[in-house]
Design a protein around this ligand. Structure first.
Ligand code: MN
Length: 249
């Protein structure tokens, strides 16, 4: 098995290192990761600047590749020819912070995995409810186990497995559907030395839906959540209603 490992927190992230080290126990791995943090950049792609890919030595002395572009650029470059052969799986993470419910639409971690599936390679995204100094080992060990099982079960590129790991003691693993997170965004206004206003989009931790069966509830209750996500955003309930609007010209 050959795995492309990437993330959205950047090549220096301890989550990326822990993930790569765990995946090394089940597969041959290669890292292609962005040079800086692209969290919440979703599927951004670089269209108007050249991209660079350079070899880099990671904190444990292993070699990897650092890319000047976004997480999506990293995966696209890797699969379009920077790698000499096509990987069996893309694994993205371990993100510092959860990607639950509607976080998925912002997440660069999930977008990097999605880029893999768009290009025909099955993919897994892994996020941890923790900060930079968290212990990534349990999440990394689970990711390695899941990678092995997923390839054995012939995971297809029609789905991304979105994995979220709780920060506390892990009580088990549940398969979930996406819940809903309620954001508490607020606009923070400050002024620069010339008196011009500038803005931060801030706010506290979002609240998660605690409905049984959701990813948000699973992680809140101490379980690893595995959600099969895909990107047909069609709202099927609305198809008939919309057809009744007589939009034809
Ligand atoms: Mn991130």
């Amino acid at each position: 098995m050959y795995i492309l490992v990437t993330n959205d927190d950047g090549i220096q992230s301890p989550g990326l290192l822990a993930l790569r080290q765990a995946l090394d126990t089940v597969a041959e791995t290669v890292v292609v990761a962005p040079e800086r943090n692209w969290s919440a950049a979703s599927s951004a792609r670089t269209l108007f600047d050249p991209l660079r890919v350079d070899p880099v030595t990671m904190a444990d002395g292993r070699e990897g590749f650092v890319c000047s572009g976004t997480p999506g650029d990293c995966v696209a470059l890797a699969l379009l020819g920077v790698l000499e052969r096509k990987p069996d799986l893309v694994v993205s993470g371990i993100n510092i912070g959860v990607n639950l419910g509607n976080d998925v639409s912002y997440s660069g971690t999930v977008a990097a995995a999605r880029e893999g599936t768009t290009m025909g390679v099955p993919a897994i995204a892994v996020s941890l409810d923790g900060r930079k100094d968290a212990d990534f080992k349990p999440a990394a060990a689970f990711a390695a186990r899941l990678a092995k099982i997923a390839v054995e079960h012939k995971l297809t590129p029609q789905v991304v497995l979105n994995v979220n790991v709780p920060r506390s003691e892990i009580r088990g693993v549940v398969v979930t559907h996406l819940g809903r997170r309620t954001y508490r965004d607020e606009l923070i206004v400050r002024h620069d030395p010339r008196g011009r206003p500038y803005y931060w989009l801030g706010g506290g931790e979002p609240e998660g839906d605690l409905t049984e069966g959701t990813d948000t509830a699973a992680v809140a209750n101490g379980y690893i959540s595995v959600t099969p996500v895909h990107f047909d955003l069609t709202n099927h309930h609305w198809l008939d209603a919309l057809r009744g609007w007589q939009l034809d010209v």
